[in-house]
Design a protein around this ligand. Structure first.
Ligand code: KG4
Ligand code: ZN
Length: 329
């Protein structure tokens, strides 16, 4: 049995999992309400809140799993990428528990956690991973667990970051992604013709900052936008992001001769993206494994799933290893 902690940004989460993939508990304390007045995550506030929330969330996970802490055979935590002061909180907690109980510690790369999240209940097979979160937009060729080749990434804003910035521009609450999707549901995606940057380049890189700026320019031309215009802006922005993501992911799968795409990360909650990718995959005979929305935004279940793969391979981490806010996959 493993206990995993996630604290890379503003979610404090703990999960218990029996390797390789039997999840017994996954608990999340979101700090979104605390950061909302500031329009984004305040690192100092996030780490202070992790400190307050960590012990209760660990107890809650153990209670939900109906096990005692003595039954835990390894302790795991996200070691990067993320906010260093936030990473340190979860990492130090997991290391302290491992040290006190003389059990191994397993550090997990947050991106690898997202990469494992569509495979919570199944074996990881060769695939193209499309990871779309607030911090990353990545296309990775996964040969097997721990054997990855990054084919491309965003050269500027991550997809979720673009959603959040557009949300902020339109005066929507933080985080903007879900709010933009809600408004887009009532909007006309053809009202504004926003650019699909880099869509026709024969690579797996992305650029979303031009698209974001186009939304800003369109908004500036309309003095008092009513609710319908805001909805149309959201729908037109969202369809541009979705088309780029869907095109690049299927392009990579066909080019690499892989017939499975796995979708993960916070933006994988977006229903338009899920539907559009499903339809395109069906068209090309590609299998789509989309993360369950409950494991798409940051959570500890995905960290536990990745830790389980490391546990099986006896890949333990020395307690002296530090967190790394810029950790790459
Ligand atoms: O994976 P995640 O929880 O955190 C990072 O690792 O960055 O992703 C959070 C991101 C935020 O940018 C949020 O706005 C976005 O995921 N997001 C969405 C939706 N739900 C969350 N973006 C678009 N549509 C959604 N429904
Ligand atoms: Zn994440």
């Amino acid at each position: 049995m493993l206990l995993a902690i996630e604290s890379s940004c503003d979610e404090t989460a703990a999960a218990v999992l029996s390797p390789p993939s039997s999840l017994l508990a996954s608990e999340i304390a979101s700090q979104a309400e605390k950061h909302r007045p500031y329009g984004g995550v305040v690192p100092e506030l996030a780490s202070r809140n992790h400190l307050v929330l960590l012990n209760p969330i660990i107890s809650q996970a153990l209670n939900s799993a109906d096990i005692m802490i003595d039954e835990i055979q390894a302790f795991s935590a996200t070691s990067g990428p993320g906010l260093s002061s936030s990473l340190l909180m979860g990492n130090t907690a997991a290391k302290a528990l491992a040290l006190a109980r003389n059990k191994p510690f397993i550090s997990v790369n947050h991106i690898e956690g997202h990469l494992c999240s569509p495979f919570m209940e199944m074996e990881i097979k060769p695939h193209i991973a499309l990871i779309v979160s607030g911090g990353h937009t990545l296309i990775i060729k996964v040969n097997e667990f721990n054997d990855y080749e990054t084919l491309g990434s965003s050269l500027d804003d991550a997809a979720g970051e673009a959603f959040d910035k557009v949300g902020k521009m339109l005066g929507l609450p933080y985080p903007g992604g879900p709010e933009v999707e809600k408004l887009a549901n009532h909007g006309d995606p053809e009202r504004f013709d926003f650019p699909r940057s880099m869509i026709n380049r024969d690579n797996s890189n992305f650029s979303f900052s031009g698209l974001k700026t186009s939304v800003l320019y369109a908004l500036k031309k309309i003095p008092n936008p009513d609710k319908q215009i805001l909805a149309d802006l959201c729908a037109s922005f969202q369809i541009a992001v979705v088309e780029i993501l869907v095109h690049k992911a299927t392009h990579a799968a066909l080019k690499e001769n892989l017939n499975t795409i796995a979708l993960s990360g916070g933006v994988a909650c977006n229903d338009s993206l899920r539907q559009a990718l499903k339809i395109r995959c069906q068209k090309y005979g590609v299998e789509l494994i989309a993360v369950d929305p409950k494991y798409s935004t940051d959570n500890a279940a995905m960290i536990a799933r990745a830790a389980a793969e490391r546990f099986i391979r006896k890949k333990f981490t020395p307690l002296s290893e530090d967190v790394n806010p810029n950790l790459k996959i």
